[in-house]
Design a binder for this molecule. Structure first.
Ligand code: C2O
Ligand code: CU
Ligand code: CU
Length: 547
């Protein structure tokens, strides 16, 4: 890692956090002007695009290190953060440490083989029974069997999940393993997986959509020898040209407060784009290749990302690791929970160019109906700098040793079907479920070491990004049911790698295959669910038991 550049960025970030922390009583000194545009149909005030620089989350520093064991002390807390130059500060929930709290939280950077030991502390309130910051729809809070939202509470309970982690059930972040304000847990994550962009986020049963919306999410990067070698030999951008992009849509009120409609709906759509905790930011780039780890951390929104004039870019990695070869794309669709490791070559642009990465996915992507006023077109602006670039990197054709990812054999695989559908609900109107069963109705008992194919049958006209904890799977097929015929949509080139979240579009039937581990240390219960957080909270989340 290039220390100089990193620490500069770290300083800039720390300054922002300090500024946010100091604002409390001095908020009148901040020169913000809100421009209200009457033609604007969204709920957030009209805000200038590309006036704030993209923050790069700093990396967490261990409090102590012993061999490959690294200890961290991380707290969750409510702080104020500036989301936009012309807005008052926003109250958010973030992760952090003595150097500050932010959303997204600082990134974890681990090596394969490390043991990352985190003391997670809930400091979201001074009292364990403090109510949530957001107002919760009372119909979500009816606690009778089959009513309301299972687990929903007007509280600041939290649970931390490492999404994409091949980790023991005991530290996976069981949605019922509640950490109340004032409490803490110690999670020891043995990192036994290849280089990938994982992420950590809140997973409290029935409250996940609200806790993540408040800001409880961050990147967790795993590195390995293959990646280190590619960086060392100039085949991947060095870490100073490697940038996480955490995409989240939000609604902010004029007073800076985050808004989440009190009425429980089965999806949330924001009207401003927040990238790494700033609304519509810009980033200065040199005329060279950059690596972006793009994470869709939104509650419900899917994105289709494009460069101007359909310029190409390359995807090199999926949720769980490198693709065998770079895949050339002119558009990239990411549904909630999915990640893509991409390379954009800015040498195809000129110094002085402002290159805007846009989103062309309609807000109701894969859903019936349209909500035109909730379109978000701009994502981030890259400002291409003048000046010569010293040697740029040269991307390899083979990103993994041998240029191949071994296909999991289907011989003897156990197969299971999961019907994705909604059922009528007296309080919510309708409720999303998997096979019509709830979180505590356990029917998937997986044998240690088993190979299983899971088929998601989406009977609805809504998109469901399906996510499994613990394993990285391979996508085998995607069909669409049209009346009585099945159309083979095939698997996209950029899905031919390790995935933990897969897009299941309306009326689609998607089959994935996974090899479950046989290591008893990992055994236990693991959730699988739709990663539209509103659906997950509905109880489109169940558990499988390994071992
Ligand atoms: Cu990203 Cu079960 O979660
Ligand atoms: Cu997960
Ligand atoms: Cu869903």
């Amino acid at each position: 890692m290039n220390k100089d550049i990193k620490s500069d960025k770290l300083k800039a970030n720390r300054r922002q956090i300090l500024k946010a922390g100091l604002i409390g009583g001095a908020s009148l000194l901040v020169p913000w002007q809100l421009k209200l545009n009457p033609a604007f149909a969204g709920e957030s005030p009209a805000l200038d695009h590309f006036v704030d620089e993209l923050p790069i989350p700093r990396a967490f520093q261990p409090t102590s290190t012993l061999g490959t064991t690294k200890n961290f002390h991380v707290q969750m807390a409510e702080v104020e953060q500036f989301l936009h130059r012309d807005m008052p500060p926003t109250t958010i929930w973030g992760y952090g440490d003595v150097h500050g709290i932010s959303t997204p939280g600082p990134s974890f950077v681990a090596n394969e083989g490390d043991n990352i030991v985190v003391n997670w502390v809930n400091n979201l309130a001074s009292s364990p029974d403090a109510g949530h910051y957001l107002k919760i729809d009372p119909s979500a809070l009816i606690h009778e069997p089959g009513r309301g939202i299972h687990g929903a509470e007007d509280s600041r309970k939290a649970v931390v999940h490492l999404h994409g982690g091949h980790i023991p059930a005991a530290v996976d972040g069981d949605p019922e393993a509640t950490i109340l304000p004032g409490s803490e847990v110690l999670y020891d994550y043995p990192i036994r997986q290849q280089a990938a962009t994982l992420w950590y986020h809140d997973h409290a049963l029935g409250n996940t959509r609200l806790n993540v919306y408040m800001g409880l999410a961050g990147a967790f990067v795993v590195r390995d020898k293959n990646e280190d070698d590619m960086i060392a030999y100039g085949n991947l951008p060095a870490p100073e040209h490697e940038i996480p992009l955490v995409l989240q849509d939000r609604i902010v009120k004029e007073n800076g407060k985050l808004s989440y409609d009190k009425k429980f709906d089965d999806m949330f759509l924001g009207d401003v784009m927040v990238v790494n905790g700033k609304i519509w930011p810009y980033l200065n780039v040199e005329q060279r290749k950059y690596r972006f780890r793009v994470l869709n951390g939104s509650n419900s929104r899917a994105y289709t990302l494009q460069l101007p004039d359909n310029r190409p870019f390359y995807q090199i990695g999926t949720d769980g690791g490198f693709l065998p070869h770079p895949v050339t794309l002119t558009e990239l669709t990411l549904t909630p929970g999915e990640r893509a490791d991409i390379i954009i070559d800015f040498s195809q642009f000129n110094g002085g160019d402002d290159v805007v990465l846009t989103n062309t996915a309609p807000p109701m992507f894969g859903h019936p109906g349209e909500e035109k006023e909730k379109d978000i077109n701009d994502v981030i602006q890259f400002r291409v700098q003048f000046g010569e670039v010293e040697a740029d990197i040269e991307l390899l054709h083979d990103l993994v040793p041998g240029g191949e990812i071994e296909q999991i054999s289907q011989d003897g695989a156990v197969s299971r079907d999961f019907k994705l559908d909604d059922v009528a609900d007296p309080d919510l109107g309708s409720r999303w479920e998997i096979n019509g069963l709830g979180y505590n109705d356990i029917t998937e008992y997986v044998a240690p070491g088993a190979v299983e194919t899971w088929t998601f049958i989406n009977k609805s006209s809504h998109l469901h990004p399906m996510h499994l904890h613990l394993v990285q799977f391979q996508v085998l097929s995607r069909f669409k049911k049209d009346e009585d015929t099945f159309i083979d949509l095939g698997v996209d080139d950029n899905e031919m790698g390790w995935k933990d979240t897969v897009r299941v579009g309306k009326k689609e039937i998607v089959t994935v295959i996974a090899q479950f581990p046989d290591d008893p240390e990992l055994f236990g219960n693991f959730p699988y669910h739709c990663h539209i957080l509103e659906h997950e909270d509905h109880e489109m989340m169940r558990q499988f038991v390994l071992g």
